[in-house]
Write a protein that binds this ligand. Structure first.
Ligand SMILES: [Zn+2]
Ligand SMILES: [Zn+2]
Length: 311
């Protein structure tokens, strides 16, 4: 698995795993820190198939309690005893998550050698739910048949990167390099060296937004604007728009319009209904509205930063 920051799709289908497309689960990574979003049935198989280390998962974020987003979770957690996990694990999800897990583990008499911390949220109130040295995670409300929330992952500001040739050009000391990377100016008697004289231009922190399952949002929360990657569900093609809304879902055109409104750089479509053998028509439809669209494919990696893109 690449060490770049980005998204790996573990499952791109909706409720029924079919046509080699499993239920929803994503791995978002910032360098070597991994974060899971949703954990549908079959997620463990996908982790193994795509060579993703379970022990590197620092936290799990659940959008809602429909089985295609959740029913892989108890299996994943209980399997950790075979992987000698000792690091604590945070699981974030709507209110009711603790009750569901407690009941499951009490009845099956499951035990854990590591600490599981559960953070329950009110899906109507967008809030920061996680922060470490790499990333900040916030929730926002989605509109589905049961309480549902999306997630925004924002990279934290990184230190500037020094241009190697500038070290010898300016005869920089270690202390001076540290200061420049922090964005400070070096004042020498004869010259002052600004960070931009010796460092690469600052990279905009990357943002990944997860929107599934939902009808199209009427207004885009500020936190979701300007994402590098926006994942939006497209359960149906647009000729089924009435059925989509009735079932609390979206079409490819809805997803594309949302990407446009949210000023996203790239849109990834997923959560395809099992009624569709081929997913190419989703891409064709969405591209009529938002050109920079890609299809979610199980096992595919989508770099967070545009200049990393392999396509
Ligand atoms: Zn779903
Ligand atoms: Zn659902």
């Amino acid at each position: 698995m690449p060490l770049k920051s980005g998204l790996t799709i573990l499952g791109s289908n909706s409720s029924i795993p079919n046509f080699n497309r499993m239920c929803t689960s994503h791995i978002f990574q910032v360098e070597n820190s991994l974060y899971m979003i949703d954990c549908g049935e079959g997620t463990q198989l996908q982790l193994t198939k795509f060579g993703i280390s379970r022990n590197k998962i620092k936290a799990i974020f659940i959008s809602h309690f429909h089985g295609d987003h959740l029913y892989g979770l108890p299996g994943l957690l209980t399997s950790y005893m075979h992987f000698s996990r000792t690091e604590p694990l945070l699981i974030v999800g709507p209110k009711g998550l603790k009750k569901w897990l407690d009941c499951t583990f009490e009845i099956s008499q499951a035990y854990f050698d590591f600490e599981i911390e559960i953070l329950e949220t009110d899906t109507k109130v967008g809030t920061e739910v996680y922060k470490d040295d790499k990333v900040r995670v916030e929730t926002f409300e989605l509109f589905h048949r049961i309480p549902t929330q999306g997630y925004v992952f924002t990279e934290l500001e990184k230190e500037l990167k020094i241009r190697k040739e500038k070290i010898s050009e300016y005869q920089l000391s270690v202390d001076e390099i540290i200061k420049l990377k922090r964005g400070e100016t070096i004042d020498r008697e004869e010259i002052s060296i600004k960070p931009e004289d010796a460092c690469f231009p600052k990279e905009r922190p990357g943002k990944y937004v997860f929107m599934s399952d939902t009808i199209p949002l009427e207004s885009i929360p500020e936190s979701c604007m300007d994402a590098n990657l926006l994942y939006h569900e497209a359960t149906y093609l647009h000729d089924m728009k009435e059925k989509a809304i009735e079932r609390g879902h979206s079409t490819s055109i809805h997803a594309a319009l949302t990407a446009q409104k949210a000023n996203a750089r790239q849109l990834i479509l997923g959560h395809f209904s099992s009624r569709y053998l081929e997913t190419d028509p989703f891409l064709a439809e969405a591209k009529t509205v938002f050109d920079n669209t890609f299809l979610a494919e199980d096992g595919q990696f989508y770099p967070l930063h545009f200049n990393d893109h392999h396509l």
